[in-house]
Write a protein that binds this ligand. Structure first.
Ligand code: ADP
Ligand code: ZN
Length: 517
C-alpha cells in the first residue's frame, strides 16, 4: 500500500479541527499544507503571522500513529502551546533544561507507550546525542521546524543553534519534515530547503495581504516621543507594541510615556528572565497596554487585539518589518503600523551590520542589501501593501487605498530635473555630503565663500525649487539606488553616489524619477 492510500484524508483533519480545536473551517492555506503532510510529503510553509501555522503540524500529528516532534526556538512559546493543547485534551509535552530527571523520564515513558501526541523541543536539545538516540527509537510521526528562517544565513534572524537541524532528515528519514515561517524571501526559502535537506518539498506560500492593516511611514522631524504620544492620544486604552532600536531606548520611552499617563512597560534582552516574564504577562493580560520593546520581544507573541505596532526606529529589512507589523490586528479588526524614520537611519543600520561579529562578508553584504531594499520602499512613492507583496514575490494586485502613499494628497510628479541638479552637484563636489549641505549648495546658500561656491552647480536650483522639495527628491534618488546613505567618520550621516550606471541614465534622461508632491 502506498503512503498516499494509507494516509488519513482531509475529512479526518476537518473532524479534528471541529472536535478538538472548535474551529469551523481551515483558514488560508492550512488545508493545503495539511494535505501535503498527510500524503507523506516534506513541506515548506510560509504563512503570515497569525495565519495559523501551529494547526498545520498539530492536526497531522494527531492523525498519524506516534507523536509529532516540534522544534521551536523559545521555551516560553512552547509552554504556551503545550498548555493550550493540554486544555483541549491533546497529549502534549515539552522537553527542556528546566525539568528534572523524573519529569523527563515521565515524558520519555509517555512517548514510548503511545501516551503522547506532540513533543516540543528546543534546537539545542535536539543537538544532544542522548536526546537524538532516544528519539530515534521512538514513533516520531513528523518533524516540524517552527521559525525555520532562523536556519538560513540569508534570512533576517539567523541563529547558529539552528544549524543542528540540518540533521533532522537523516535522523527521521521516513516521516514528513515541515519547515514553517512567517517571512522568507525567495533566496531564504531555497536556503531553508537546502539546509534542512528537505526532499522535493511542497512549497506553500500564503497571501501576504493583511487588508485590515493600514501602513504608514513617517519622517521623524523632532523628538520621536512627541510624535508617538500624539499618535497614542488618538487611541487611548488600545493595546500596542512600540519597537525601539536599543535597550536603553525602550526604557526611556516607556518611562516618558508612563509620565504622560500611558500604561507602558519596557522589554529587552538585558532584563532578567523574571522581569521579562512579569512584563510579558502584564501585556498579555492587558494590565500594561503598551509594550515598548526591542526585537527581543515578539517571536510568536500571540495577542489577538494588538491595535498598533509603532516603530520608533525603523527595522533593517522588509522581513523584520513585516514580521513585526504583522503582530497588529491578528483578530482581523482594523489595526495600524506606523514606522518612524530619518534618512540617517539607513547609515546607522548599515554600520550596525558592519560591526556584527561572527558573520562573513557575504552574509553582511546580503543583510546590507536587505536594509537598502527596505529603505528604498520606505522612501519610495508606491503603495506600501503592493511593495510588501512584490518583495515577497507575490502578485502585487491593486493599490490598498489605506496606506500613507495611497492616501497622500500629493500627485505623482516628475522630479527628474531637480534630481539631475542634485546629482550633478554631488558629482562635482567630488565626495559625499550631508543632505542639508547638498541642498544648500544647489540653492546657493552659504555663510562663507569657498571652493564649493565656485563650482558650477552652486545655486543651480535657486528660484526654481525649495529645500523641502529637494530633500524629498534626494529620498527618491536614494530609493532608486543612485545614491546611498552612509556614515562619515562613523557618526555623520551623508549621501554618496552609489551606482554610476544609474547616474548616467539619470543624466541622459533614461532614468526618470517621480515623487508624490
Ligand atoms: P502563527 O501562524 O502566527 O503561528 P498560530 O498558529 O499561533 O499562528 O494561530 C494564530 C491564532 O489563530 C491562534 O489563536 C489559533 O488558535 C487561531 N487559528 C488557527 N487556525 C484557525 C482556524 N482555522 N480558524 C480559526 N482560528 C484559527
Ligand atoms: Zn496603499
Amino acid at each position: 500500500m502506498s503512503l498516499l492510500e494509507r494516509a488519513p484524508d482531509l475529512a479526518a483533519a476537518n473532524e479534528i479541527l471541529h472536535r478538538v480545536f472548535g474551529y469551523e473551517q481551515f483558514r488560508g492555506k492550512q488545508a493545503e499544507v495539511i494535505s501535503a503532510v498527510l500524503a507523506g510529503r516534506d513541506v515548506l510553509a510560509v504563512l503570515p503571522t497569525g495565519g495559523g501555522k501551529s494547526l498545520c503540524y498539530q492536526i497531522p500529528a494527531l492523525l498519524r500513529p506516534g507523536f509529532g516532534l516540534v522544534i521551536s526556538p523559545l521555551i516560553a512559546l512552547m509552554s504556551d502551546q503545550v498548555n493550550a493543547l493540554l486544555a483541549r485534551g491533546v497529549k502534549a509535552a515539552k522537553l527542556d533544561s528546566t525539568q528534572d530527571l523524573n519529569q523527563r523520564g515521565d515524558i520519555w515513558d509517555a512517548a514510548r507507550t503511545g501516551e503522547l501526541d506532540l513533543l516540543y523541543l528546543s534546537p539545542e536539545a535536539l543537538a544532544s546525542p542522548f536526546v537524538r538516540d532516544k528519539l530515534s527509537r521512538l514513533p516520531v510521526n513528523l518533524v516540524a521546524i517552527d521559525e525555520a528562517h532562523c536556519i538560513s544565513q540569508w534570512g533576517h534572524d539567523f541563529r547558529p543553534e539552528y544549524r543542528a537541524l540540518g540533521q533532522v532528515k537523516a535522523l527521521f528519514p521516513d516521516v514528513p519534515a515541515m519547515a514553517l515561517t512567517a517571512t522568507a524571501d525567495h533566496v531564504t526559502r531555497a536556503d531553508i530547503c537546502a539546509a534542512l535537506h528537505l526532499d522535493n518539498p511542497v512549497e506553500v506560500v500564503a497571501g501576504f495581504d493583511r487588508p485590515n492593516l493600514s501602513l504608514r511611514f513617517v519622517r521623524r522631524k523632532g523628538a520621536v516621543l512627541k510624535e508617538i504620544s500624539a499618535l497614542l492620544q488618538r487611541q487611548k486604552g488600545a493595546s500596542g507594541i512600540i519597537y525601539c532600536g536599543s535597550r536603553d531606548g525602550t526604557e526611556k520611552l516607556a518611562r516618558a510615556l508612563t509620565l504622560e499617563g500611558f500604561s507602558a512597560t519596557a522589554y529587552h534582552a538585558g532584563l532578567s528572565a523574571t522581569i521579562r516574564e512579569d512584563r510579558l504577562k502584564a501585556f498579555m493580560t492587558g494590565k500594561a497596554k503598551i509594550m515598548v520593546a526591542t526585537i527581543a520581544f515578539g517571536m510568536g507573541i500571540n495577542k489577538a487585539d494588538v491595535r498598533f505596532v509603532i516603530h520608533a526606529d525603523p527595522p533593517s529589512s522588509m522581513e523584520a518589518y513585516w514580521q513585526e507589523v504583522g503582530r497588529a490586528g491578528r483578530d482581523g479588526l482594523p489595526a495600524s503600523g506606523v514606522c518612524f524614520y530619518a534618512p540617517g537611519d539607513l547609515g546607522w543600520a548599515v554600520r550596525r551590520l558592519t560591526l556584527r561579529e561572527n558573520e562573513g562578508a557575504a552574509e553582511q553584504s546580503v543583510q546590507k542589501q536587505k536594509a537598502r531594499d527596505f529603505f528604498a520602499t520606505v522612501l519610495g512613492p508606491d503603495c506600501r501593501r503592493q511593495a510588501v507583496k512584490r518583495y515577497f514575490g507575490e502578485e502585487a494586485g491593486g493599490t490598498c487605498g489605506s496606506c500613507d502613499n495611497c492616501l497622500s494628497r500629493g500627485r505623482l510628479t516628475d522630479v527628474t530635473e531637480p534630481a539631475q541638479m542634485l546629482m550633478s552637484a554631488l558629482y562635482r563636489l567630488n565626495g559625499p555630503r550631508g543632505r542639508k549641505k547638498l541642498v544648500e549648495h544647489v540653492l546657493g546658500k552659504t555663510d562663507k565663500p569657498d571652493y564649493t561656491t565656485r563650482i558650477k552647480t552652486f545655486g543651480i536650483a535657486k528660484g526654481q525649487y525649495d529645500a523641502a522639495l529637494l530633500t524629498h527628491v534626494l529620498d527618491q534618488c536614494e530609493a532608486a539606488g543612485v545614491i546611498a546613505e552612509e556614515l562619515y567618520d562613523g557618526k555623520m550621516p551623508i549621501v554618496a553616489l552609489r551606482d554610476s550606471d544609474l547616474l548616467k541614465q539619470l543624466f541622459k534622461g533614461d532614468l526618470k524619477l517621480a515623487a508624490k508632491i
